[in-house]
Design a protein around this ligand. Structure first.
Ligand code: PEP
Ligand code: MG
Length: 587
């Protein structure tokens, strides 16, 4: 426990949800329940298995009651996270492993559950993908809930704090976050967690500033300490001195002012000063992010990454489950369009149920559309589910990592078969559903004119296009200085893609991270992109710059930018243009 003397101490965690919160700390007991593993005799085993089954049932009932309570108080928007936890409780592996430990090792139910947890954690620790690895936290939270039932240790609700407080906890479950009353809890800090843990995702969706993964927050912060959380950088300051306090208060006011100003743009059109209109949309991976896309003025979803439905499970989602997920999304975004990308796995995105072989060079391996074409039994149910959702609102479908015309033709043939299946069964879908491809492989850029005749839109995935064009691994932090969006090769590629799209009369869209960087907007607008899709919070920032630009002016900027031989020269030219015309807008 920290002493009252701790002064102006800085801790570095992971920024989980942006915004600054300043207040008094409230340590909440979300610590692990101490578990003592004890031996049980052969005769005691059936009773021990019974204790486990009862605790499991009680944990399920508790979660269901919580689900009911949350849906009555806050609506159903975020309830799927609770469903994920219910699914873990219902997973047969959890029961099989735990009962196995009780029966074969003769240990008590608590000890058996702890062993099951360790086994799951060892498995998750071997996974490279960050999002998947962090699902281990969900399993841990769920098992803790059952253990608390076994030892009769319940948790105090978070909203019982006096006045307003910052919650400091070892860990917070998604159910905890969903129960937070923002009038009372102004932010939170946890020892555990990462950027893509469900708690972090929910904090962002509900706009509660949070820093996670502090490791020692509960040890270093005492109840009543004055604490600052910077949810953007992950910095937490304990008992700040006056100077630090003033500085962060200033930052907080500035952040809130900017947010308010930016949100005023929410309902204004994404239009240049000379009347040119483009579409700004949101990228989403989870249904939870939809309110944020709408709240920031997104005019649709430009990229829905369906992979998340396939992660963290042994059996793949069937057509019905996918249809349910896609239709919820489509209904909630109506009247705007939802652009659904078919499965983009393989390589570093690992899905248990697909039994992928180890590859020497996974970035260039059997992945994305190549994998879908090899596995029509997985691909066709996804196509049918997306087609069925198209009867409920505006849906566009597109395909990842297409490298050539033969590939897109093979995809279209399968799509036609999926349509035929639905027609034969009398199931409605949009006969004119638009189809598109991600442009993220250099070969697709070079033959963009040929591909443009095959589809209704292009969407440039700069994350991969830059990686493959410059041969720079997008995840390798040692090469990040060489990952250059303004590299002349990238700029020329973008120009080729937009020009080919427009010659063929189709839309040129972008959904890579480059689309959400306000400083690149003059270039993307000048090149002629019709639609940019990005993380929700970037939408008003990009719109702000867009509304200050004249299309005719940024076209000139692009013409000049394309004459520079290095990314550094393009960048300094762009900076000088920004300083001359739009400097205040970038604050
Ligand atoms: C991209 O490659 O730019 C893209 C948007 O897709 P992902 O990041 O999912 O590969
Ligand atoms: Mg990609």
């Amino acid at each position: 426990m920290a002493s009252a003397k701790t002064k102006n101490r800085f801790l570095q965690g992971v920024g989980a949800s942006p915004g600054i919160a300043i207040g008094s700390a409230r340590i909440t007991d979300r610590s692990r329940v101490a578990v003592v593993e004890e031996k049980v005799t052969q005769a005691e085993i059936p009773a021990e298995v019974n204790r486990f089954n009862n605790a499991l049932r009680a944990a399920k009932e508790e979660l269901k009651a919580l689900k009911q309570q949350i849906s009555e108080q806050k609506g159903t928007e975020h309830l799927y996270v609770i469903d994920t936890h219910l699914l873990i409780l219902e997973d047969s592996m959890l029961t099989l492993e735990t009962v196995g430990f009780i029966e074969n090792e003769g240990v008590n139910a608590e000890g058996a559950l702890k062993r099951t947890l360790l086994k799951f954690k060892e498995f998750f620790a071997t996974i490279e993908d960050e999002y998947l690895r962090e699902r281990s936290g969900d399993v841990e939270t769920v098992i803790e809930r059952v253990i608390r039932k076994l030892v009769g240790h319940s948790q105090e609700p978070l909203n019982t704090v006096e006045g307003k407080a910052l919650i400091v906890a070892h860990d917070l479950s998604p159910a905890d976050i969903l129960q937070i009353d923002k009038e009372k809890v102004i932010g939170f800090v946890t020892d555990l967690g990462g950027k893509t843990s469900h708690s972090a995702i929910l904090a962002r969706a509900l706009e509660i500033p949070a820093a996670v993964g502090l490791e020692r927050a509960t040890a270093d912060i005492a109840d009543g300490d004055s604490v600052i959380i910077d949810g953007t950088t992950g910095v937490v300051i304990i008992n700040p001195d006056q100077e630090t306090f003033r500085e962060y208060l200033q930052r907080k006011l500035h952040y809130e002012y900017l947010e308010r100003e930016l949100l005023k743009l929410k309902d204004l059109p994404a239009e240049t000063t000379d009347g040119h209109r483009i579409l700004l949309k949101g990228n989403v991976e989870f249904f939870e992010e939809v309110p944020s896309v709408k709240g920031h003025g997104g005019e649709g979803i430009g990229l829905y990454r369906t992979e998340m439905l396939f992660f963290n499970r042994t059996e793949l989602p069937d057509e019905e489950e996918q249809f349910a997920a896609y239709s919820t999304l489509v209904r909630s975004m109506a009247p705007h369009a939802v652009t659904i990308r078919t499965l983009d796995v393989g390589g570093d995105k690992f899905v248990t149920g697909l039994n992928l072989a180890d590859e020497l060079n996974p970035a260039l391996g059997l992945r994305a559309i190549r994998l879908s074409l090899r596995q029509p039994d997985t691909f066709k149910p996804q196509l049918r589910a997306i087609l069925r959702a198209s009867a409920l609102g505006r849906v566009r479908i597109f395909f990842p990592m297409v490298s050539g015309v033969a590939e897109i033709r093979a995809v279209k043939a399968l799509l036609e078969e999926a349509k035929e299946d639905l027609r034969a069964a009398g199931i409605p879908f949009d006969e004119h559903i638009e189809i598109g491809i991600m442009i993220e492989i250099p070969s697709a850029v070079i033959i963009a004119d040929l591909l443009a005749r095959e589809v209704d839109f292009f969407s440039v995935g700069t994350n991969d296009l830059i990686q493959y064009s410059l041969a720079i691994d997008r995840t390798n932090e040692h090469l990040s200085n060489l990952y250059e969006p303004l590299h002349p090769a990238v700029l020329r590629s973008l120009k080729m893609v937009v020009d080919a799209a427009h010659v063929a009369g189709i839309d040129a869209c972008m959904c890579g991270e480059m689309a959400g960087e306000p400083e690149y907007l003059p270039i993307l607008l000048g090149l002629g992109f019709d639609e940019l899709s990005m993380n929700a919070v970037s939408i008003p920032r990009v719109k702000k710059i867009l509304r200050l630009c004249a299309k005719s002016e940024v076209e000139k900027i692009v013409t000049k930018a394309l004459t520079y031989p290095t990314a550094q020269e393009v960048e300094s030219y762009l900076k000088s243009e920004i300083a001359a015309h739009y400097s205040e807008s970038f604050d």
